[in-house]
Write a protein that binds this ligand. Structure first.
Ligand SMILES: [Zn+2]
Length: 328
């Protein structure tokens, strides 16, 4: 069995040549689809695409519809390929329905984190550690020591403080954020911290409707509806959108992304380092808690993270540097 760096994500190649994909959009007999971000859209050309129901619904709300999906809920397992391979899903804490996948075959347990967050948020618990993991394939988006996020509560407090200030000045605090995940976190933060209505763009609203099945308390109105018109006329609201566009009201614009830690966002009034990924310290803690025999790093700063792990006595390989690894 080999692990290969496929297009988009990793591919497990069995000895008979059949492929199991982990967020890779190559052909496969079973595709594990970790979460509903477009850069992980995969498994359309597989025999079976395994994902949580939430992931399928969010993809569907964004126009990507699966015909070959098999639901696998967080905490659940399924045996496929004649019972020879067991697939399990645990929460990755990254967004609604996001999964850490484990694949058990030939006495080996390989765990793939997908994108993950190791800290609790207003919506999600941290990524679950999978015990008994032999090979940990871990994302390393922020796998460099320069990425150290402040406590989430601290970031939340600065966002809420900014919203209050902008509202007091008679303007609308507007956020340009990812339509799936970050937007819903901002909505939830406003709902739980402030008593002001939230108007969202249509794309954000479509995904937020899926979130509302799990979090019925999420409160927002969608731009263009009669309810939103009333809120806008009343003033004193927060606007959450997936793109920055001219508004009919006076606004200040903010972004909320982990990249705000190291990049500037000219033309924006504020940039908050709010990430849906683990930072360097979180990745390290996850590896330590999992205690795998081998770590394979993928995405982002994978080479830096693998080098660091090797220096600390943990055997690690970057799949971006070494795109084919013999497993057993
Ligand atoms: Zn993601």
């Amino acid at each position: 069995m080999e692990l290969r760096r496929g297009t988009r994500g990793p591919v497990l190649v069995l000895d008979d040549g059949r492929q199991l994909t982990l967020d890779s959009d190559e052909e496969s007999i079973v595709a594990c689809v970790s979460h509903a971000h477009m850069d992980h859209l995969s498994g359309m050309s597989s025999g079976v695409a395994l994902m949580t129901e939430e992931t399928r619904l969010i993809f569907s709300a964004r126009g990507a519809r699966y015909r070959n999906h098999m639901p696998l809920q967080l905490g659940g397992s399924v045996r496929l390929l004649g019972g020879d391979v067991t697939f399990s899903a645990r929460s990755s804490g990254h967004m609604l329905g996001s999964a850490v996948f484990s694949v058990d075959l030939d006495g080996l347990r390989l765990t793939y984190t997908g994108d993950m967050n190791t800290y609790p948020s207003v919506l999600h618990d941290p990524a679950e550690v999978v015990s008994g993991t032999d090979v940990l394939v871990i994302e390393s988006t922020y796998g460099s020591p320069v990425y150290r996020f402040a406590e989430r509560e601290q970031v939340y407090a600065s966002i809420v403080g900014w919203i209050r200030r902008v509202l007091e000045e008679g303007k609308v605090p507007a956020f340009e954020v990812y339509a799936a995940g970050k937007a819903q976190e901002v909505i939830a933060l406003v709902n739980t911290s402030l008593e002001v209505p939230v108007v969202v763009s249509r794309a954000v609203g479509r995904v937020a409707e899926v979130y509302r099945r799990t979090y019925p308390w999420l409160d927002f109105v969608v731009e263009g509806t009669r309810e939103a018109g009333e809120v806008v006329r009343g003033g004193g609201f927060v606007y959450v959108s997936n793109r920055r566009a001219p508004t009919a009201w006076r606004s200040e614009w903010a972004v909320a992304t982990g990249w705000a830690l190291t990049r500037t966002f000219p033309g924006y009034d504020a940039a908050f380092p709010l990430s849906s990924h683990a930072d360097f310290h979180g990745l390290l803690e996850y590896v330590r808690s999992t205690e795998p025999k081998l770590v394979v790093t993928v995405y982002g700063h994978s080479a830096t993270f693998a080098r660091f792990l090797n220096r600390t006595g943990v055997k690690a390989i970057s799949l971006d540097e070494k795109p084919l690894i013999r497993m057993i």
